[in-house]
Design a protein around this ligand. Structure first.
Ligand code: TRP
Length: 337
């Protein structure tokens, strides 16, 4: 990748991250992972944002396991770890180092306006730590270290990409063009997958098990969870997210996975009931996830292979990150040899 970057100056850089803080869900897959292959002609970095997860209490053994698991999921979902840089955030110290510098260029006021901070401090009222507050600064460092052009994220992270742009512009206006200003890339609203039990809320890996389908769920779990998915009482299969959020969510999953338009998905079920809809969704989900799980199992059972991939990719990332970090240190006046 380093060579390619030198030869063809115009290749775009794409950066995204996922926190290894829970089971990776069908929502993460449809909203994020599945789209990452869209950026085949760019230089892409995908990180396991393990430092970010520490803003809420984690079980150490679980965190380690989930980090390795997420790496294997990235690869199992089709991202080639030789073409893309798939790595662990904490393996590249430059993230934390740049975050300190950028903390000094970020205002308390702008951080207090972040909706995720407000939500999370309500949810974890007993642990409103400074990391939770400066979370967006670490995220900005992730992005800016690699001179990123494009950041594929869910709509809930848009505000964090915006503050990243503000910080970068502020820094650049003081010190010259140090950082590339990144743009968010937000997939179409239709690809937003909602909770199975409260379909007006986004499907989230930090909610209870039965509200989401995990990428690694077994067919029986998938079937059981979808059977219990909330629908409504009028019995009509129709896409109407406002009045029929549950049914519409199932239809979204179906149409996305079967690569059908919404009209096609709806008409394929005409005259049928919710049982048939759920059965169709179950089959589509199992068909999509089975090959991923097979690849996943092969990757995760080869621990040495996984570790050597992670080590190699951390080195590639560190090499690129250092270039930006050195420039920043120099610009702000840190003494260097
Ligand atoms: N904050 C993101 C989320 O929770 C994860 C993340 C961390 C990220 N660093 C990033 C996303 C950099 C994009 C770019 O979804």
């Amino acid at each position: 990748m380093e060579n390619q970057a030198n030869n063809t100056e115009k290749r775009k850089v794409v950066f995204s991250g996922i926190q290894p803080s829970g089971n990776i869900t069908l929502g993460n897959y449809i909203g994020a992972l599945r789209n990452f292959s869209l950026f085949d002609d760019a230089d892409c970095l995908y990180c396991m944002a393990d430092l970010h997860t520490l803003t809420v209490r984690q079980n150490p053994a679980d965190l380690r396991k989930r980090t390795a698991s997420l790496a294997a999921i990235y690869v199992a979902c089709g991202l080639d770890p030789d073409k893309n840089i798939i790595y662990c955030q904490s393996h590249v110290p430059a993230h934390a180092e740049l975050a300190w510098i950028l903390n000094c260029f970020t205002y308390m006021g702008e951080l207090s306006r972040m909706t995720q901070f407000k939500d999370k401090s309500q949810k974890h009222a007993d642990n409103i730590n400074a990391g939770l507050f400066t979370y967006p600064v670490l995220m900005a460092s992730d992005i800016l270290l690699y001179q990123t052009n494009l950041v594929p994220v869910g709509g809930d992270q848009k505000q964090h990409v915006e503050i990243c742009r503000d910080i970068a512009q502020r820094f650049n206006s003081l010190y010259g063009d140090v950082f590339t200003i990144p743009d968010p890339y937000i997939p179409k609203a239709t690809a937003k997958i909602m909770s199975l039990s409260e379909p007006t809320k986004k499907m989230s890996k930090s909610d209870p098990e039965d509200t989401f389908i995990a990428v690694l769920d077994k067919p029986d779990d998938i079937r059981r969870k979808l059977k219990r998915a909330v629908t409504d009482s009028d019995g009509e299969i129709r896409y109407d997210p406002e009045n029929k959020p549950g049914v519409s969510n199932l239809l979204t999953i179906l149409s996305v996975l079967k690569k059908q338009s919404m009209e096609e998905a709806v008409s394929s079920l005409s005259g049928l009931g919710y049982g048939a809809l759920k059965e169709a969704v179950t089959e589509a989900v199992i068909a999509e996830l089975s090959p991923i799980q097979e690849r996943y199992n092969a990757i995760i059972s080869d621990k040495e292979g996984l570790n050597s991939m992670l080590k190699r990719n951390a080195e590639r990332a560190q090499y690129l990150a250092q270039k930006t970090l050195r420039k920043v240190y120099k610009k702000v006046g840190l003494y260097q040899f």
